[in-house]
Design a protein around this ligand. Structure first.
Ligand code: C2E
Ligand code: CA
Ligand code: CA
Ligand code: CA
Length: 280
């Protein structure tokens, strides 16, 4: 009828085109972002549930985009993974974090640790990157166990032998390893035994329903008991309420992070917080 032929998609095409252009725009901008120093790292305290002290933090990446504002990892990491820039970005994050943890070992606590996230793609691509990290740690004179590498369970399934070998290399370097988002996807308690790790991080989806779902509470308790038997420490993620915190303390959980304590914050703010005493 009226909108025949080329016109019949006139509603859809501009939107799809805009979306595609936006994606291409982000992918292009990403290439320059490191050189332009547009990435920032925010730090979220990891609180000891037994003592209330903060001697650990997780490093979380942000991109201060010149026109789009402050972007979270979900808005750009997928692009960085598909074009391979994740390797360069991950390398930058590692070096920044190594310098930061060294400063905080001097000013906050000598055994301060920072966790960094490593995407599955990065895990597969940068076969020898850990060697340059080792050089960098030596250059700084920083013990490797100052840094914890966080990997998700999914990684363990994609090419397991390769991944086990990489984990072995990390541990041989002295880096520590945390299993992130535990309880989601293909998770199984047997992984805790099979893989060479130091920390288990209980996914925030379980923590969110702790108060209302006795099944989730039982699951958290089982993870904690099993992890402790295997000599691992447990971190609960996404703790937002005092009730959740109390249940985790009772369950014997070692560490927690979440909005009930503090949101991720710039390094300077973190230092001020540490100087004023840990969030309780
Ligand atoms: P993740 O490793 O599971 O990180 C935890 C996420 O939960 C963070 O989101 C954090 O800001 C958020 N969070 C912390 N406390 C709470 C809480 O109490 N409630 C709720 N609802 N959320 C909370 P963020 O910073 O947006 O990071 C999202 C994901 O992006 C991370 O999930 C991680 O997988 C990835 N990511 C972050 N930084 C990096 C990086 O440097 N490299 C790579 N490859 N991935 C990164
Ligand atoms: Ca993480
Ligand atoms: Ca997580
Ligand atoms: Ca996650």
């Amino acid at each position: 009828a009226k909108h025949a032929g080329g016109h019949q998609f006139s509603y859809v095409t501009p939107n799809l085109q805009q979306a595609a252009q936006a994606r291409q725009g982000i992918a292009d901008d990403l290439r320059a972002a490191i050189a332009l120093r547009q990435f920032e790292i925010v730090y979220q305290p990891i609180v000891s549930l037994q003592t209330g002290t903060v001697h650990k933090a997780e490093a979380l990446l942000r991109w201060r985009h010149p026109t789009r504002g402050l972007l979270g990892p979900a808005e750009f990491i997928p692009f960085a993974e598909s074009n391979g820039l994740i390797v360069e970005i991950g390398d930058w994050v590692f070096r920044e974090v190594a310098q930061q943890v060294q400063r905080w070992q001097r000013s906050i606590d000598p055994s301060f640790q920072i966790s960094v996230n490593k995407s599955p793609v990065q895990f597969r691509r940068d076969a020898d990157l850990y060697l340059s990290w080792l050089d960098y740690l030596n250059e700084l004179g920083l013990p490797a166990n100052s840094i914890v590498i966080e990997i998700t369970e999914g990684v363990l399934f994609e090419g397991a032998t390769q991944v086990i070998e990489r984990l072995r290399q990390f541990r041989a370097m002295g880096l520590q390893v945390a299993l992130d988002d535990f309880g989601t996807g293909y998770s199984s308690l047997s992984h805790l035994k099979r893989f060479d790790i130091d920390y288990v991080k209980i996914d925030q989806s379980f923590v969110a329903t702790l108060e209302n779902d006795v099944g989730d509470l039982a699951l958290c308790e089982a993870i904690i008991v099993m992890a402790h038997k295997l000599g691992l420490k447990v971190v609960a993620e996404g703790v937002e309420t005092k009730v959740q915190r109390a249940l985790l303390v009772d369950a014997g959980c070692d560490y927690a992070q979440g909005y009930v304590f503090a949101r991720p914050m710039p390094a300077q703010e973190f230092e001020a917080m540490a100087a004023a005493g840990a969030p309780r």
